[in-house]
Design a protein around this ligand. Sequence first.
Ligand SMILES: [Zn+2]
Length: 320
Amino acid sequence: MIRVRAIGVGLAALMVSTLSSSSASAFVRSRTSTGTPVFWASGCVFVTPDSGGTADLPGDMVTATIQKSLANWQTPTASCSYLKLTLETAVALEAHYDGINTVKFRSDRWCHPDDTMSHDQCYSPNAAAITTAYFIDKAGDKNDGELLDADIELNDINFTFEILNPSATAPRAGTSVADLENTLTHELGHLQGLDHTCADAATPANETDDTGNAPPPCDNLDSLSADARMKIETATMYNSAVPGDTSKRSIETDDKNGICAIYPTAKDPKTCAAVNLTTVTKTAGCSFVATDGRAPIGLAIFLSVVGGFLWLTRLRRARA
Ligand SMILES: [Zn+2]
């Protein structure tokens, strides 16, 4: 469902790489089960925060940080991408398949609520945030790969979200500190259709990039050239970071290339409307029939462990 897309091969490699054609490539596009890259059909994507916010930060600061995180993608990609990310006024929302792309802090349970598309599914505590994307997964359909809804949930239980500048105040007991802008900027990459720059536990086994190469495993990047490894690890869409990391606030050239590959200016649909699920359901037919009562077709959950290295290590030891 998720593959690496290779672009931007360097002019010269300073070190010999064991992974040739993919060595200087990084960005990854999320794909349907049959390999179609996912995308928003409209030229605009609307993001509506849940007004519940977090007890750790004032609501206006959260709103400003979401706006800044949207701009972190919009500003660098404006020259080559038509996609517009628009912040809506915060209202009380749940993260459901409802056509509303929300940003929601979870402070009671780190689980998706029980609804028609997910039955009380809980997430890994080492994930600072999770973006759940709903898209049409129907090979051969003209709408195959079309994103319909993407919700960002923030783990306010195992992490304390702060605005680092750059120092951090002490996180709540038993939590790791995570910079909100750093985390949101990464998750917004998922919302737009990008996946991690290397293969991790959530990466499908059949994943390949546009040149047919498998993405390098995140836990074995030593085999890459130094420049290739740096490209993967410094990207905003790299899968993890140390607590307090702020480097993912600013996207890298590779991240920019990913967005501009999905939404090139030359293919601007010149439409700006929110997804109408009623219309989509009619045109897409059976695309959203649940397969087993738990996992609907077309549901992808992108795990993010931004800010989770130390926490992850601790949890693994605890389970061992
Ligand atoms: Zn992620």
